[in-house]
Design a protein around this ligand. Structure first.
Ligand code: FES
Ligand code: FES
Length: 162
C-alpha cells in the first residue's frame, strides 16, 4: 500500500498577504499561486523551464515558479503580477508595456513584467545589453521584441527619480 504523502507546513507572504498552509512536498510554486491561491496572472507556457511565463519575484529575485517547489518559498515573500498595481493605478512597467504596445497575446507579459521590475530595481538605466540579459529568460512568441524593448526604455524613463 503506498505511503501517504506527508504534508509540509509553510508560511509564505504573497503580494503582502501572509498565508500559512500545508502542501505536498512536490507542489510547485506556480501551482500554489494559481491553484491554491487563485492567482492565475502567473502563466504556465511550457514544461521545460524555457518560456519564463511563470516568472515571479521571490525575496526580490526573479524566479521561474514552475521550477521552484512551494516549500522553497517557506518564510519568503513572493510578488506576482497581481501585486504590481497600487490603488487601481498600473505600475509604471505595466503602463509602459500598455503604451508602447509591448504585448500582443499577452501570455508572456506577466513574466516579462516581473523580470523587468527586477532589472530596473537593480539597474535603473539599463543599456541594450543589460536589457537583453535581464529578459534572457523570457520568451515572447508574437512581438519580435522591438516594442518590448521600447516599453522597457519607457519604463526606465518614467521610473527615474522614484
Ligand atoms: S512555465 Fe515556462 S518557464 Fe515556467
Ligand atoms: S505577447 Fe504573445 S507570447 Fe508574448
Amino acid at each position: 500500500m503506498p505511503e501517504e504523502l506527508q504534508m509540509v507546513p509553510i508560511t509564505v507572504t504573497v503580494n503582502g498577504q501572509r498565508h500559512s498552509l500545508s502542501v505536498e512536498p512536490r507542489l510547485l510554486l506556480v501551482s500554489l499561486l494559481r491553484e491554491t491561491l487563485g492567482l492565475t496572472g502567473t502563466h504556465i507556457g511550457c514544461d521545460t523551464t524555457y518560456c519564463g511565463a511563470c516568472t515571479v519575484l521571490l525575496n526580490g529575485r526573479s524566479v521561474k515558479s514552475c521550477t521552484v517547489f512551494a516549500v522553497q518559498a517557506d518564510q519568503g515573500e513572493v510578488r506576482t503580477v497581481e501585486g504590481l498595481a497600487e490603488d487601481s493605478k498600473l505600475h509604471p512597467v505595466q503602463q509602459a508595456f500598455l503604451e508602447s504596445h509591448g504585448l500582443q497575446c499577452g501570455y508572456c507579459t506577466p513574466g516579462f513584467l516581473m523580470s523587468v521590475c527586477q532589472l530596473l530595481d537593480k539597474n535603473p538605466d539599463p543599456d541594450e545589453k543589460a536589457i537583453r540579459k535581464g529578459i534572457a529568460g523570457n520568451t515572447c512568441r508574437c512581438t519580435g521584441y522591438q516594442n518590448i524593448f521600447k516599453a522597457i526604455h519607457a519604463a526606465a524613463e518614467s521610473m527615474k527619480g522614484r
